[in-house]
Design a protein around this ligand. Sequence first.
Ligand code: ZN
Length: 179
Amino acid sequence: MPFFIPERTTRAICEQPIAARPEAAQLPFVAPAEAPELTRLGRCFVHRTCWQTWTSRERFVAAASALRPDVVGRNLACSWIPALSALRLHDLGSLVVFDIPQVDAHRVATWLDGCARQPVIDDHVVGAETWHARPLEDRLELVRSMGGEAFEVVGLPRDRLAVWAASIRRLLDDLTRSG
Ligand SMILES: [Zn+2]
């Protein structure tokens, strides 16, 4: 598995070094049958800015979604990780993956819904991370930090956070029903 090393990790799309972790995103694996020429890029790091404008992006996301049996909405994989007692969401279009401890999940869903509706949002604790949502003109910038250091900064459409919240609630309901 590739690890991120500042200045030395280079990227799949532009071949330029990535200076700092918040500029980077990691590509998921793709289904080889769907996009054989893109398979080698699985787990590679890319600049988020390059990802946004990459001409193969749609195709890559579709091929990544095809590999995942746990895709619940558009390009959003959501699964239960028993060993962690946590939910894992992987947004294959935004290149965001995170775990939410089950005990925190309702609270996080409520916070995400609030972010989708309102312009100003406080910091929020999610497991070992702190999340902050900065309102931009037409979207939100989600900043994820650990130990006071931001490691991910990603721009998201507001309604995407509502989709995350709905998926979290759906998985919690399923767990309650099966549990
Ligand atoms: Zn790049």
